[in-house]
Design a protein around this ligand. Sequence first.
Ligand code: FES
Length: 441
Amino acid sequence: MDFEWFESKYPGWYAEYGAWWEAYNRLKHPGANKPIAFEEVGYQYPHRCWTCMVPCLVRQDMVVDKVDGQWRTYCSETCAWTDTTAFRPEYEGRATPSMGRLTGKREWETCYHGQDLADIVKDLGYVRDDGKTLVPQPHLDLDDPKKPWTLDDIRGNTFISPNVSLNEMSDEEREAHVADYRSRSNITPSMLRPVPPGAETLPPTAREGTAGARRRRGHHQVRRDPAEPPPGRLVFVGDKHRIRFEPVGIEIEADEDETVLDATFRQGVSLMHGCKEGQCSSCKSFPLDGDQQMERYSTFAPADYESEEGYVLLCRTHAYGDLSVELINYDEEMLLSGIPPRQARATVAAVQSLSHDITRLVLDVHPADELPYRTGQYVDIEVPGTDQWRSFSMAGLPAEGPGGKLEFIIKRYPGGRLSGMLNGALRPGDPLTVKARTAPA
Ligand code: FES
């Protein structure tokens, strides 16, 4: 409802900000994830204006200058002029001894650089009378005592001041960082990472179900098969059904616990898709017959009138009986050129820092395992010690046949599940599990 209101008042709002608020809702559960600013959601914490103290959100306007031996950021030319020209000991040839100066640790971020987020929040007094529950909460559901976030839920996240980081960079790194900052939006929806099957990905404010749905789905069971090496393989335990795609006549099998789109990946059928999270409509199709239901999906994909007509998003759809589906967007040649996701064992061969936030990661694929390459392929890497995966595009072609190397250029994010481990936690020789996936070209 909120999303619809914003979109109707401010057309285009959802394309710009929807992904952020979808992620905000998904990440609201205490203990299940870090605060959103420490998760990989395509958000880059903004620099702050040295003069007016407001974040430099109009990124292309940000000015960077060195003043009193310190690199500083400004939201605009006017604020830059104030500090670099007006607030100097001399102005237009006159001494200005009474003029103020903007000095010291002006940003609160710099005062708390390198400290634990929980200690910062406590120090700032943003804790309720019980001494542990946070005053700000990422949701309004405060009746259940298990839902409010406490200091324990945010402990373990180190806060980094953008200004301190900027001053620690080499000239080349700073130049590249500033160019990147100016070129980006505050939120980059395309950088939102796929979440594991079975995880709730969209908020309660999004719609659930389709016109044709006959039952609600409470939860999805996805679990590991302990007998199946190597680790990381997902095993589905629901009933299985036949899915037939028209007009091409291709049939696959889908488990109730996986989405129809995931079932196609598993069986090497390349359907059109994009976000895999019910937001982009690329996988929109029309069910002709059978029992199916959608998980939660974005309010704007598909549009209301399409939902009413019965269109579904295959990345959100579970089959609860044999299904016949008419494909809307497809390329007949591509359909059967997909490769079922192949899993392989790998070892970290190199972790090389290329700049303050870019790392080159090289993996050696186990000599007995093979990841056949197709155009459009990307790789899921299992985050060590978790059952989570992160997707990365390869920086070069992998070798044909078993073994070989995989190379990635990865941007590190504070708190990133995998990218956050590239600061020393992941070392040469560490074992990893990888999975090759193919998106339609
Ligand atoms: S792939 Fe984007 S909505 Fe299904």
